[in-house]
Design a protein around this ligand. Structure first.
Ligand code: ADP
Ligand code: MG
Length: 159
C-alpha cells in the first residue's frame, strides 16, 4: 500500500490507524533516512495505544519501553552504525508479549523475525517540511491480513 502523508498530523493519524490493528507479539519495521518521520509514526501508534508520555527516538539508549497494554518496545539501531557492540537482550524482548517497533532494523546483525509489517518512508520532495511517501508491505500471512484491514480503514476515509 502506498500513501501520501502531507504533514505531521497525517503521520500521527496513520499511526493510530496502524495501532488499531496491532496486538501482542507483533513486529513493525520502520525504514527511511534520519528525519523522515519514523519516530513520529511510532508516536502516533503509542498515543493511540494509550501511552501519553514522551516518545522520542531511542538513538542512544537503543530502546524505550512504553507502558501500554500490551507494552510497546521501541528500538532504534541507528547508533549501531558506529560499530558499538550490542547486548540488549533483543531476542528476549521479541519473545515477550509486547509490540516491537524497530527503526533501522537492517543495522543489527542479529537475526530479526522475518514476518512483520514493513513501513518505508521517503521524502516526496527534497524538503523535510513537506509530504512523505509511505509504503507499507506485509511479510507473512498474519501481517497480510493486517495490511488488508489497514487498507480498508484508510480507504474508508474516516480521517
Ligand atoms: P525519524 O525518526 O525518521 O528520524 P522524526 O519522526 O524524529 O524522524 O522526525 C520527523 C520530523 O519531520 C518531525 O519534526 C516532523 O514534524 C517533521 N515532518 C514534516 N513533515 C512531515 C510529514 N509529512 N510527515 C512526518 N513528519 C513530518
Ligand atoms: Mg527516529
Amino acid at each position: 500500500m502506498d500513501l501520501i502523508i502531507n504533514n505531521e498530523d497525517e503521520m500521527l493519524a496513520l499511526g493510530s490507524e496502524i495501532a488499531s490493528l496491532l496486538e501482542a507479539d507483533d513486529v513493525v519495521y520502520l525504514t527511511g533516512e534520519l528525519g523522515v518521520g519514523k519516530t513520529t509514526l511510532v508516536r502516533g501508534i503509542a498515543r493511540a495505544r494509550g501511552y501519553n508520555g514522551r516518545v522520542t527516538s531511542p538513538t542512544f539508549t537503543l530502546m524505550n519501553i512504553y507502558e501500554a497494554d500490551p507494552p510497546l518496545y521501541h528500538f532504534d539501531f541507528y547508533r549501531l552504525e558506529t560499530g558499538d557492540t550490542y547486548d540488549l537482550g533483543l531476542e528476549d524482548y521479541l519473545e515477550k508479549q509486547g509490540i516491537s517497533l524497530i527503526e533501522w532494523p537492517t543495522l543489527t546483525d542479529r537475526s530479526l523475525p522475518a514476518e512483520a509489517l514493513l513501513i518505508a518512508i521517503t521524502l516526496r520532495y527534497d524538503d523535510y517540511d513537506l509530504a512523505r511517501s509511505v509504503q507499507i508491505t506485509a511479510r507473512g500471512a498474519k501481517y497480510e491480513k493486517k495490511l488488508e484491514g489497514l487498507m480498508k480503514l484508510v480507504h474508508s476515509g474516516h480521517r
